[in-house]
Design a protein around this ligand. Structure first.
Ligand code: KIV
Length: 284
């Protein structure tokens, strides 16, 4: 029996209850594994630019990239709510932003979109929500504009900076976001924002008082070794396991130990003989 798809009310009802789990996925196979494991939300993050496409930031990721990967993930997620990132440059005004969000839902099959930025993007969030598209906000460290924030740094450490992050989160909730991601902010600030917001907060590097947690799957599984932020807990070392498996394959191929008989197709002796007799006038 197909699992019941989680809805926005299912997600918002988890405010202050059992924390929500969310992970990134970028294709059908991993989305399916996460879904079967019981993940609540899958984020088709623009982090795919780094984890899947080899870019050094999320900035080069395009709408076409996001639609392509969202469609694959959506096919693998029966129960989990699929949230797709609006990439850099896709929020140029309410009209363009709404058209792009619509593409992620219609062509990408996503259930909701995620937008980086706070107060400055509140009007855009309002327009997209008015178009019937659920929006998840993202404040604190916003990778698309990290260059303006002084790099990949913890945000909201001073009282003044913390107030800005709080105001951003409040503005997004007031604009209609069904949840807000808090990235790289001090745990006490995230706890205070979580207390003050009526919608769930989803933390990444924001302590454990949030209403849920999100991580980049490649960090959690040890599949991305360019850098590992302090807030990541690595639950497996699949990168190392994969490299070891690939080395064994290379050795087996070189030693003719692969394929074995069990991986090969047989042929009846008389058929082989008939083939040989028919070749080169039967001289073989
Ligand atoms: O793109 C992404 O993976 C994200 C997470 C860091 C929340 O936005």
């Amino acid at each position: 029996m197909a699992a019941q798809k989680l809805t926005i009310p299912d997600i918002t009802a988890r405010k202050g209850a059992r924390p929500l789990s969310m992970l990134t996925a970028y294709d059908w196979a991993w989305a399916r594994l996460q879904d079967q494991a019981g993940i609540d939300m899958i984020l088709v993050g623009d982090s795919l630019g780094m984890t899947m496409l080899g870019h050094t930031s999320t900035v080069p990721v395009t709408m076409n990239d996001m639609v392509h990967h969202s469609a694959a993930v959506s096919r693998g997620a029966e129960r989990a709510l699929v949230v797709a990132d609006m990439p850099f440059g896709s929020l140029n005004g309410k009209r363009q932003a709404t058209a792009n969000a619509t593409r992620l839902i219609q062509e990408g099959g996503a259930d909701a979109v995620k937008i980086e930025g706070g107060l400055d993007n509140a009007d855009i969030v309002r327009a997209i929500v008015r178009a019937g598209i659920p929006v998840q906000g993202h404040v604190g460290l916003t990778p698309q504009t990290a260059v303006n924030l002084g790099g990949f740094k913890v945000q909201g450490k001073s009282a003044q900076a913390a107030r800005r992050v709080l105001d951003d989160a409040l503005a997004l909730a007031a604009a209609g976001c069904f949840s807000v991601v808090l990235e790289a902010v001090p745990a006490p600030l995230a706890a205070e924002i979580t207390r003050r917001l009526a919608v769930p907060t989803i933390g990444i590097g924001a302590g454990n008082a949030c209403d849920g947690q999100v991580l980049v799957m490649h960090d959690l599984l040890g599949l991305f070794d360019r850098f590992t932020p302090k807030f990541v807990r690595q639950y497996a070392r699949l990168g190392e396991a994969a490299t070891a498996a690939i080395k064994s394959y290379i050795e087996d191929v070189g030693a003719r130990a692969f394929p074995g008989e069990e991986n090969s197709f047989a042929m009846k002796d008389e058929e082989l003989q008939a083939l040989l007799d028919g070749l080169d006038g039967g001289k073989s």
